[in-house]
Design a protein around this ligand. Sequence first.
Ligand SMILES: *Cc1c(COP(=O)(O)O)cnc(C)c1O
Length: 331
Amino acid sequence: MQATMTFASDLSLVDVYRARRRLEGRVLRTPLVESPALSALAQTPVFLKLETLQPTGSFKLRGATNALASLAECGCRQVVTASTGNHGRAVAHAARALSIEATVCMSALVPGNKVEAVRALGACVRIVGRSQDEAEHEALRLAREEGFAYVPPFDDLNVIAGQATIGLEIAEALPEAGNIVVPLSGGGLFAGVAFAARSINPEIGMTGVTMSRGAAMHASLAAGRPVQVEEVESLADSLGGGIGLDNRYTFALTRDLIDAAVLLDEASIARGIEHAYRHERLVIEGAAAVGIAAVLDGVLPADRLRRGPLVLVISGANIDIDQHRRIVNAV
Ligand SMILES: *Cc1c(COP(=O)(O)O)cnc(C)c1O
């Protein structure tokens, strides 16, 4: 239980404003655009916060940039992480922009195109072992024994404060927003957005959406403590993975700030991707489609929809393009 005894006061709105200043000129202030099709369905104005437009194709650039910029301020010049997905790309991109050396540890089973994508962003790739766990282990060893700074994907105050700048932008662009819907995995995005939005408007509704297959945060909220779940493949691949049994911040913040949690099956996520393409002209990945899918399925709590405009955080665009083509052609 000790690990979960954390308080929102670890994070302050000042940290979020400091993050915003670090992000200026490095990360996009993304547009918030209304969706006529989804507004008609939800019978309330629906707005999309387009993190798909960030240079690396996902919001992860915000947290990584804030974490790396804050490390650079302390004289750190070498960082390490073990993510092969959006966090790995974000760390590589932010490191290059800040003239920091980034090392990304990956297992020998990571597909060549993912390895190349991270290398192309200027990071050093270290291939170790045959599982994500072994890669993670090596990243932590480099941090412990060789003085690299380890950059976690979500459970870190600077990462959370970086993602929280999305909440600031929403509150400024649409002060009358009644409800924000956020894809939920490790909870860095949810905790950050909810913390900033609630600090500004304590009445705002916060909904977390995730896939029903392998939803670690959802199971942890139900159990009242971080628990492990079996990892299975999902269209929302960026929402996979655990929250860490020794979770320090995101579990408690999510637990304290969430009003409603929604689970979706794979068919719903596919419909979300397809709707985004056909009706919004957006190519988005499965993790980013869960908010749209929740509107299409009519599973958002009706009382919350009456509070005012609904904002969906469209978190990323990095879907395999052949997989995308199969999904949008399957209908
Ligand atoms: C990482 C990620 C998420 C989930 O963010 P957490 O902070 O882990 O909850 C959602 N969507 C995309 C596209 C992501 O890359």
